[in-house]
Structures are given as C-alpha cells and as structure tokens.
Design a protein around this ligand. Structure first.
Ligand SMILES: Cc1ncc(COP(=O)(O)O)c(C=O)c1O
Length: 375
C-alpha cells in the first residue's frame, strides 16, 4: 500500500499549535463546553455522566437530532462518527469494496484531499474533474465530468461548499452531476461540512435526497464551531447503507465519545443550532471584510474570487515564489501558517483561513505584510 502523505493535515499537525499565527484553520473560533451547558441542570448532567462506551453508531437521540436536518431521513439513515474525517474514511473504504469492478473515483479538484489519498492507497484510480475559477465563483466543469465518469467509476466525490475555494456548487450543477452519475449507476458522495457557513442567509443546496445513491458526510466542526468534539456523520439513502458503513466502523473507532454524543444532541437542537450558525456567519462576514481589505491592499500580488461560504479564501499569488516556498518561508521567518495550493493540487494558489478572532486576524495580517513588504 502506498499511502501518500495527507500534506494539508500533516503541515497543520506539525505547526498549528506552535506558530504565533495560525491562518491554516478552515473553521471559526471554537465554542467552549460551557457554551453548550446553558442551565445548572445540564451542567450537573454533564458532570455526572458515566463514561462508558456509547451506542456505537450514535445514540438514537443523536441520530434523530442529525436526521432532522436531512428531510425524509430518520435515525436509521445516520451513522455517527468521529468527525467528518471518519465518515469520509468509512465511506471511501466501503465504496472501494462495494463493487470490485468499479475501482475509479472521480474527485472534484481543488478539494480536501482525504478521499482521493485513501482511494489511491487502496489501489484504486482517481480521475479528477475540475472546479474552474470564474468571476462568480469556482464552477464545476460538467462537460469534463461527463468524460471521466465511466462504467468503472464507483463514485463522484464533491465537497460543497468547497474547501479550499469557499464556492457553492449550485442546484443546476448538482442536478447535472446526478444525471451523469445516474446514467452510469455511480454513487455520489458530497462532503458538506461547510454547509450552513454561507456569507448570505440562504443555505447552500444539499445533495441529500436528490438521488438514491447519495451519501452526505458532515460534522459539527466547521459551522457549529465544535471541532474538538470530533463528532461527524454519514447521512445515507437507506438503513441498509448506514448499517453497512456501521459494520466498517466496528473496525475503526468503535463509537464516538459518549461526552461528544451527548453534547452534540444539545448543539443540534434547532434553536441552538440556529444561534451557532448565526454566530458563525456573522464572524465570517465581519472577518471577510477585514481579509478582503488586506488582500486588496496587495492587489498586484493577489487575485481571488470572494468565498460564498466558509472562513477560507483561495488566492492566486504572484509573489514570484512557488506557493510552497511562500508558505514555508512565511512559517519560518514570521511564524504565520497558511496552506499552499500544491496541497489541493492547484499550485500557484494559497489558502488563508480567516475564522479566528478579529484582533488575532489583524495582527496576523500585519505579520504577513512584514513578510510581503520585504520581498
Ligand atoms: C471538506 C472537509 N471535510 C472533512 C474535514 C474533516 O473535519 P472533521 O473531521 O473535523 O469533521 C475537513 C477538515 O478540514 C474538511 O475541510
């Protein structure tokens, strides 16, 4: 097995806790446990929780709480996991064995490179379909998608809203993707961890329920600002698929932590979730205006399409350095961490995360400016 390094996660693992300014994060300033425990009763319940194993596929209240966000689904459609990362892993693993005659994965690029890395390590072939930078956002190249989906394709994997561009794949493109998938009997996997973190009030469209071979993965890490809970899920088209994935999760982590399962139920209460989403969107909008202003003050060096969702922006950089060089020098010389486009298979770009608190962000940009001004 040739497991290529998951470069984005590796650079973050190595540096994010040691740099002065971490702008490699794609989420927003995380909440605290106390933010979820609004009453004395809840605090008492939390502190008195017995730390046994939890229900391995997620407790019924948790799966019901997740299912309410996927119309037409119930607890039986949901597998709770340790973060969206585990959900993605299980889905990829399962898909690889679902039909041995289909060993090709069509992967939208740029993207969070987890699924393609796993697929290749299993010995599968990855074919890419590009999101193209246009004035109104990064748009999927549907024509080229038609060319790469074949009878040997297991699944089309998209990330919507997209990491690293922050673009939203619109309903007409989702429909076109489904049509192409349906023609060849191919699964569609949609990683929707950033859904709910839109700049505008209107939510980005979900792939869930558009097609009987759709699996949506997601988590509480980004929109709900709770990455430390490590709580994610796969929303499946049927109980049968959820159960098959569950069989695989017996071999990975057994169950999500009992504390996380319990806290997640509280975070997912509709009125509470709405409040967290509002907080996330407000932070994203306000911080984007700071980020935009800073980027525009370097208009000779930076070109970008504003993100429509998430606290990340994908920027074409014209410093004369490769993006990887820029990132490593910025890290070593100024202790600021960002992500290079090479880690999303798009050299020449950088990804900046702007979800931290405002003062931190402004100080990070000052430090970044010192670097650019000295070039
Ligand atoms: C698109 C995408 N999916 C999944 C993940 C994994 O996150 P988590 O396991 O915290 O849900 C990330 C993390 O950045 C991501 O960007």
């Amino acid at each position: 097995m040739n497991l290529e390094p998951f470069n984005l996660e590796r650079i973050q693992s190595e540096w994010e806790h040691f740099v002065d300014f971490n702008l490699s994060e794609s989420g927003v300033e995380p909440l605290r446990i106390i933010d979820l425990l609004e009453t004395t009763e809840l605090k008492d319940q939390f502190l008195n929780m017995q730390l046994g194993y939890s229900q391995t596929n997620g407790t019924v209240p948790l799966r019901e709480a997740i299912a309410q966000y996927y119309p037409g689904s119930g607890a039986e459609n949901i597998l709770a996991t340790n973060g969206g990362a585990e959900a993605n892993f299980l889905v990829t693993w399962w898909l690889f064995h679902e039909n041995p005659l289909r060993r090709e994965l069509v992967f939208m690029v740029p993207n969070y490179m987890q699924m393609s890395g796993i697929w290749k390590a299993f010995g599968g072939k990855v074919r890419t379909c590009k999101l193209q930078m246009a004035k109104r956002g990064w748009i999927p190249d549907i024509e080229s998608l038609k060319d790469v989906v074949t009878d040997g394709t297991a699944a089309i994997m998209i990330c919507n809203p997209n990491n690293p561009t922050g673009s939203i794949i619109d309903t007409s493109s989702l429909k076109a993707i489904v049509e192409i998938a349906d023609e060849k009997g191919v699964w569609v996997v949609s990683d929707e961890v950033y859904r709910g973190a839109e700049m505008k009030e209107e939510k980005s469209p979900s792939m869930f329920g558009r097609y009987d071979k759709t699996i949506v993965t997601s988590s509480l890490s980004k929109v709900c600002a709770l990455p430390g809970l490590r709580l994610g899920w796969a929303a499946c088209p049927s109980q049968e698929v959820a159960t098959q994935l569950w069989n695989y999760s017996d071999y990975t982590t057994i169950c999500p932590s009992k504390m996380s399962d319990w806290l997640a139920v509280h975070a997912l209460r509709p009125e509470f979730r709405a409040k967290i989403e509002q907080r996330t969107r407000k932070l994203i909008r306000e911080n984007w205006s700071i980020t935009k202003k800073w980027l525009d003050s370097y208009s000779a060096l930076f070109e970008y399409v504003p993100p429509s969702a998430s606290a990340i922006c994908f920027i074409k950089q014209k410093t004369g350095l490769s993006s990887l060089e820029l990132v490593m020098r910025l890290l070593k010389e100024k202790s600021v961490l960002i992500a290079p486009g090479e880690y999303f298979e798009v050299p020449g770009f950088i990804r900046i995360g702007f979800g931290a608190d405002r003062e931190y962000l402004e100080r990070a940009f000052e430090r970044f400016s010192e670097f650019l001004d000295a070039l």
